[in-house]
Design a protein around this ligand. Structure first.
Ligand code: SAH
Ligand code: SF4
Ligand code: F3S
Length: 482
């Protein structure tokens, strides 16, 4: 145990995180500007982000708070006074990476004993992680979770000036905190949370424990935020939620669901609207019909299927079947024939047989996916699937992943090839990583395009003629005359 006196000390509990339905959601409005002391006016910070878009969005809030405290950002670990890792707990290798990073960062504590090293995000929501940090990483000064980002000013002040170790992780919060300051990563693309938490409890997944009860933001707050972004010149917003299709399910005062929200946001002046992630069980026809209106609603749908086997889907607690998923895909193509559908798939779920895996391959072939994130199952302590009997060796699982990826890659290429010879609208993100003379951006269908062009096009939506389709990107020519 650390020699430091511990000021806050609240550890997470997976058991507490499981309880939820009985609590009601409370929305807290933080007064802006926050009345904060400039405790960081001569200090620098570094923030590292490891998780999903929700985790990136949280980092934007942390950055907003930290800079309000007067800290300035640095990339150099040697000159940082605070380093915070915003972590992800979704798979074991994500966690191992963080422990590796902490080991590497230890050296900076030796050169700068005043350095504050913090671990935030989803990993601290797990009891076993906090226990491990307390036992084996005594040089970590600050540990906080996903529910108490708004308390960061207090924590930093205590850690920096009180020289006390801060460990505070709430397991049972059901709040929505509005009005927190935020510094966004991009100048023309933004994330907007429409809901927090997840109540699905897919048996493999840690998120319902790390993110708490599902709670939807008031539509007014979302629409206001989108309008403000559009007025500020933002070109694209991605709505965030673990299951956006269940948006509004928790409202007790109104019948307002995801399709209604899309319908309202379709009327704003924002040029492009995306959303993630969809859950096949809750994706209703009303939503498909709204999406078919087009306008700012982009024709790309990320629809994680996880498996094509009914018995595996059942054990995963996904609450749909292969047939109902394929039916939904059919409905999407019926209303939006040009839609691009991508997915997430887990192979090697406990008990998955070769025949189950074949069902997944069959579903993939029938669905015409244009991309997928594919994973080997990773047991997460505290989730039901971690206790399921698993007799398939890792070699077989990895072989399945490879077989699946080949078919997925064929889908990527086919999806790209359908744009050859066409002129498409590209939102220009910036210059290509490999060549500063080449611009990179995304089409409406979320395809990466590289083309030659002037840097003044960055942040604009411009027409590009597609010359050649590769598996991972499209090559094009700026189509000035249009
Ligand atoms: N809420 C989203 C995404 C959750 S996490 C959804 O329901 O689809 C992103 C992806 O990580 C999941 O879709 C799943 O494919 C994968 N994933 C989650 N838990 C996992 C685990 N224990 N092992 C392997 N992959 C996992
Ligand atoms: Fe995890 Fe399932 Fe919730 Fe997605 S819907 S975050 S996979 S529990
Ligand atoms: Fe996101 Fe990872 Fe947490 S995927 S919700 S940061 S566990």
């Amino acid at each position: 145990m650390s020699e430091l006196y511990e000021k806050y000390f609240k550890k997470p509990s997976i058991k507490d995180a499981r309880k939820r339905k009985t609590r009601t959601t409370e929305t807290i409005h933080v007064k802006t500007p926050l009345n904060l002391k400039a405790i960081g006016h001569d200090k620098k910070y570094k923030l590292m982000t490891y998780g999903c878009q929700g985790n990136e969005a949280d980092s934007e809030t942390m950055r907003g708070i930290i800079e309000r405290l007067g800290f300035t950002e640095t990339d150099a670990e040697t000159s940082a006074d605070i380093i915070i890792l915003n972590t992800c707990a979704i798979r074991e290798n994500a966690e191992n990476r963080i422990f590796g990073e902490l080991g590497r960062l230890k050296q900076y504590k030796r050169t700068n004993p005043d350095l504050i090293l913090g671990v935030a995000g989803c990993m601290p929501q797990e009891e076993k992680v906090v226990d491990k940090l307390l036992k084996s990483y005594p040089y970590v000064d600050l540990i906080f979770g996903t529910h108490n980002i708004h308390k960061l000013p207090e924590y930093l002040e205590t850690a920096l000036y009180g020289k006390e170790r801060v460990v505070e992780v709430f397991s049972d919060e059901g709040q929505i905190v509005e009005n927190l300051p935020r510094i966004r990563d991009h100048l023309h693309k933004a994330y907007v949370n429409i809901m927090y938490g997840c109540d699905e409890f897919c048996t493999y997944c840690i998120v319902p424990y790390t993110r708490g009860k599902e709670r939807s933001r008031d539509p007014k707050h979302i629409i206001d935020e989108v309008n403000t972004l559009a007025e500020a010149g933002y070109q694209e917003v991605t709505l965030l939620g673990q299951n956006v299709n269940s948006y509004g399910r928790d409202f007790t005062d109104k019948a307002y669901r995801f399709a209604d929200l899309l319908e309202d946001l379709n009327k704003t002046s924002l040029p492009r609207l995306r959303f993630t992630t969809s859950h096949p069980k809750d994706f209703d026809e009303a939503t498909v019909k709204v999406l078919a209106k087009g306008g700012n609603l982009m024709p790309h749908i990320h629809l994680p299927v996880q498996s094509g086997s009914d018995s595996v889907l059942k054990k995963m607690n996904r609450k749909y079947t292969k047939a109902s998923y394929l039916e939904l895909v059919k409905t999407i193509y019926k209303y939006i024939p040009e839609a691009s559908i991508t997915t997430d798939i887990i192979v090697g779920f406990p008990g998955e047989t070769e025949a189950d895996f074949e069902q997944t391959l069959d579903l993939v072939r029938q669905s015409r996916f244009e991309g997928a994130f594919t994973f080997v199952f990773s047991a997460r302590e505290g989730t039901p699937a971690a206790k399921y009997a698993d007799h398939t060796d890792i070699k077989t699982k990895k072989a399945r992943l490879q077989t699946l990826n080949q078919i997925i890659n064929d889908g990527y290429l086919l999806g790209n090839q359908r744009f050859e010879g066409k002129v498409v609208n590209v939102l220009v993100d910036g210059v290509s990583k490999n060549n500063p003379e080449i611009l990179a951006g995304y089409t409406e269908h979320n395809k990466l395009v590289n083309f030659k062009g002037d840097k003044t096009l960055i942040g604009k939506i411009v027409p590009v003629q597609i010359d050649e389709a590769k598996t991972w990107f499209l090559k094009g020519t700026y189509h000035e005359s249009r």
